[in-house]
Design a protein around this ligand. Structure first.
Ligand code: ZN
Length: 476
């Protein structure tokens, strides 16, 4: 019977060694594997299916806002990057460059896109002629490359998948509204689809996107108390529009410069899901994005009628739109329970001869590990209802865990003690870069986001009057 525990034993203790737990979970649940080039990852079918569900949910939201999907080339002439001074400086250390192709040295080196503002800006300049062409809203799903020294699957890899939305507008107000509307979409998506509560707000100058006027973020707390920047929305002002000449003829016949935005979320979100909800048994996936929402495990499968009843139940759930699988392998039920728990399937149904005879099924929730009997008749409705409950409860549980770990501090010692204990720490800030740098040096925490609307008396570093309240945390 030792075999029954083999999966549980293989995952490191989440409380003792969180990084190792994470590595064990992503590899053993077959979400990813390492690529042959250091810092690259292979997203396996179980992981990619989560990404596809994220894409479907996101696309529906983008389309409602009039954003259309398009595709732009992977290779960008290096000269494009030098057009926006802050942008090139910010990305220079991470850009991978193609210098040779077709057996020859290229006349101009080509960047492998780390992000596409430059090439999309160039194309927008061509497509935008008059005010009638605005707003222009495009999004692309693609891979990007940012050369990284230390990497971890989903969280930081040299190549990753993401969506990048880019919009151009006639007025500053409209562009700013778009930036904030996308931030709101990311927040709603994180909460309702991923069951991840997020803090939203603006980033400091030091932490903002290279070339942006303002960067807004959704920040999520992981199980270890660290923060994960899970999506960003940038108001680019006229920085890129000026650099790439995105001009339009206004309705009064005057040539004007457009205002642009860009915003993105990446496969990092999968890392956020793993590290927000996971437990000592492995993954806990929110039903909306879980590749498999429900697994049926036959009990005493060789007894007459059991498999048939399981198959009928599977067909009924499938017809109702539930992503369901029947584990018909010859492993023991206990072994199956461990495996599907490790893979984070939200609901498990156990069905054996006695259940069938009584017209019942046993449903086990992955999030709370609670079991409940339910009638077999009307199974599709009750399973869908249970999935909705799991989804909602996961968000509330994550919110409770997070809120219990947000504290206030008045000074550097308080910030250090807080982040050491795996907390988000709110503290006053005078607004100067020196104080922000000092926090990072002394506590390894960074300013994650402005706590907008909150006020306090003093800067936790210098004691001068505080202009803002900042949420500090150590971050991935
Ligand atoms: Zn200060």
């Amino acid at each position: 019977m030792a075999k029954e525990n083999q999966f549980v034993e293989q995952i490191a203790d989440i409380n003792a060694d969180f990084p190792q737990w994470y590595t064990d979970v992503v590899l053993k649940t077959k979400l990813v594997d390492y690529g042959p080039v250091k810092g690259t990852m292979v997203i396996r079918p179980y992981g990619y299916a989560i990404w596809e569900n994220i894409q479907n949910e996101m696309n529906a939201r983008f389309k409602k806002r009039g954003v259309e999907n398009a595709y732009f080339p992977l290779l960008i002439p290096m000269s494009y990057f030098t057009k926006e001074a802050e942008h090139v400086e910010g990305f220079a250390p991470e850009v991978a460059v193609v210098t040779h192709a077709g057996g020859e040295e290229l006349s101009e080196p080509l960047a492998i896109r780390p992000t596409s503002e430059t090439i999309i800006g160039t194309m927008m300049a061509k497509w935008v002629q008059s005010y009638r062409d605005l707003p222009l809203k495009v999004n692309q799903w693609c891979n990007v490359m940012r050369w990284e020294k230390t990497t971890r699957p989903f969280l930081r890899t040299s190549e990753f998948l993401w969506q990048e939305g880019h919009t151009a507008h006639a007025s500053q107000q409209e562009a700013e509204e778009e930036t904030l509307a996308m931030l709101e979409i990311y927040k709603e998506f994180a909460e309702n689809c991923l069951a991840i509560p997020v803090l939203t707000g603006r980033k400091t100058e030091k932490e903002k996107f290279a070339g942006a006027v303002a960067t807004y973020t959704i920040e999520a707390m992981m199980r270890d108390g660290k923060s994960l920047q899970s999506g960003t929305s940038h108001y680019l002002g006229q920085n890129f529009a000026t650099a790439f000449d995105i001009k339009y003829l206004g309705n009064e016949g005057v040539l004007q410069t457009a205002y642009t935005t860009s915003w993105g979320v990446s496969t990092r979100l999968i890392g956020a899901v793993i590290m927000t909800h996971g437990d000592e048994r492995g993954l806990v996936l929110p039903p909306v994005v879980a590749p498999i929402q429900c697994v049926i495990v036959p009990i005493a499968a060789r007894k007459g009628g059991v498999i048939e009843a399981c198959e009928a139940l599977k067909a009924e759930l499938e017809a109702a739109g539930v992503r369901v699988t029947l584990d018909n392998t010859d492993n023991s039920p206990g072994w199956k329970f461990n495996e599907w728990e490790m893979k984070g399937v939200p609901v498990r149904i156990e069905l054996g001869p006695r259940d069938i005879e009584a017209g019942k099924m046993l449903c086990a929730r992955r999030d709370t590990l609670e079991k409940q009997e339910m009638p077999l008749s009307g199974a599709a409705d009750s399973v869908k209802e249970l999935l909705a409950t799991v989804q909602k409860d996961m968000l509330e549980a994550a919110r409770k865990r997070r809120d219990e770990r947000i504290i206030y501090a008045d000074d550097m010692a308080g910030i250090l003690a807080g982040v050491e204990a795996g907390k988000f720490v709110k503290a006053g800030w005078c607004g100067c870069r020196k104080c922000e740098d000092k926090i990072k040096e002394e506590t390894a925490a960074t300013a994650r986001v402005f706590a907008e609307g909150e006020t306090t008396e003093k800067c936790a570093v210098c004691g001068e009057k505080a202009a803002h309240v900042i949420v500090y945390a150590r971050a991935y």
